[in-house]
Design a protein around this ligand. Structure first.
Ligand SMILES: *Cc1c(COP(=O)(O)O)cnc(C)c1O
Length: 421
């Protein structure tokens, strides 16, 4: 991440006067513009999901949903935002690694019927959650395709050893994953090899490789998907000026590849879907921050702002800072192969340890990571130094139609009332 450029427009500073800083302003016109441009860049027959991860503000989600875009959520918090925004539950897709049983039950209970499963075990847990609610649900099989490759890739999610999806070469050994049971039905494939690909031809190659992978998987598994979600990759500038990339040529070139690899897609056999977070949300936002002090030291000038990495770019810190290298107490004979300890966040950077030597671990094991009393929760970016969270104001034209501030308020818990697993 470069140093964020501070662009203070006169018309923006009046909002800072009114609401204070740090303050995020989201302009709905820019949401509409980005959505229109992206919908024109993908084939007309395809559908588009908005990944709430990029910005779960319900006012943005409501705007995108009103333009025919669907919601892709990865947590119960994002699900709540999608529901608050009035998203039709039938159109919500629940994705992401590390879904808890409680989250699956809550989502099914709220009416979500479409999921992406990251493993055979997760499908089993999804089926249990569906049965518990007397519902039938559908799932995409998330695939880690070894073949997808393109240069100019911002952040590679799969195509390498990864916590996401199921390696394509393991799918042959999982025939049950492609057959319905009493509570679940497979309805397609989900691929999401990479993100933030600025070059339209590199992005084209990535989608082309994914479409070819799907065609090959269809042959190998004899499974006829009703939907193929080819993921995203649409880039956006971050914290610096500049326009969104122009992907207008993709519609035609992608349509030709889909004709070649997935004939029938124009009639919805399979329906083709794409996903985007940053392209849809990035351009609408402006962060307003106040310089608190300017000082000189050792020949340099420092401007102390009221917005730090707890307000902007915290996730970039995950890339810059080494994984914490957590060493939990061993749970078995620690001679076994090292284990990568990863979290539930939808980014390959969400790593607690690349190689923890802790013995064979199983679902349900509780790991004890010692010495985490200092800079544990308090070093999570929103919690660090207990600063107030930046405020958010949504503008429609010159009207502030929605203003809010997240509050991190501690509440007393009764026994067994924490986040259930
Ligand atoms: C993060 C994520 C996205 C959105 O990525 P952007 O780069 O913001 O468009 C889409 N799909 C999945 C599965 C993701 O994890």
């Amino acid at each position: 991440m470069g140093i964020p450029e501070v662009v203070v427009h006169d018309e923006m500073t009046k909002w800072a006067d009114r609401y204070g800083t740090p303050l995020y302003i989201y302009r709905l016109e820019a949401v509409r513009e980005a959505a229109t441009a992206l919908l024109r860049s993908i084939p007309e027959e395809a559908c588009l999901y908005y990944s709430l991860k990029a910005n779960p503000h319900p006012a943005l989600v409501r705007e995108l949903v009103s333009l025919g875009i669907r919601a892709e959520v990865s947590s119960t918090g994002e699900l709540a935002a999608a529901l608050t925004a009035g998203t039709p539950t039938a159109e919500i897709l629940f994705t992401g690694p590390g879904k808890t049983d409680a989250a699956l039950r809550e989502a099914v209970g709220a009416g979500v019927r479409r999921f992406s499963v990251e493993s055979a075990a997760e499908r089993t847990r999804l089926a249990a959650a569906a049965r518990a609610r007397g519902a039938r649900v559908e799932y995409l099989v998330r695939v880690n395709a070894a073949t997808a490759r393109a240069g100019g890739v911002g952040l590679r999610m799969t195509g390498t050893p990864s916590q996401f999806g199921i390696d394509a070469d393991q799918l042959d050994t999982l025939p049950k994953l492609f057959a319905a049971d009493d509570a679940t039905r497979p309805f397609g494939f989900h691929l999401f090899p990479a993100t933030n690909i600025t070059d339209p031809s590199a992005l084209h190659r990535e989608f082309e490789a994914s479409a070819a992978t799907v065609a090959e998987l269809m042959r190998r598994t004899e499974f006829e998907p009703s939907m193929v979600d080819l993921g995203g990759g649409f880039a956006a500038p971050f914290a610096k000026p500049g326009p969104l990339p122009d992907y207008a040529g993709l519609r035609r070139s992608l349509s030709a590849e889909l004709d070649r690899h997935l004939p029938g897609w124009r009639e919805g056999r399979p329906a083709v879907a794409f996903e985007s977070g940053r392209y849809l949300a990035a351009a609408c936002g402006t962060l307003l921050t106040t310089v608190l002090e300017v000082k000189r030291s050792g020949g340099r000038t420092y401007a102390v702002l009221d917005a730090g990495t707890h307000v902007l770019g915290g996730m970039a810190g995950l890339g810059r800072i080494l994984a914490p290298g957590a060493e939990p107490e061993p749970v078995g004979t620690p001679e076994n192969e090292p284990v990568s300890l990863v979290g539930p966040l939808c980014t390959p950077l969400d790593v607690l340890s690349r190689a923890a030597v802790i013995g064979p671990v199983e679902p349900g094991d509780v790991l004890c990571i010692p010495n985490t009393g200092a800079y544990g929760l308090s070093a999570s970016l929103l919690g660090f130094l207990s600063h107030p969270v930046a405020a958010e104001v949504v503008l429609d034209g010159d009207r502030d139609i929605d203003t809010r501030q997240l509050r991190l308020t501690p509440v007393a818990l009764k026994a067994s009332e924490g986040s259930p697993i």
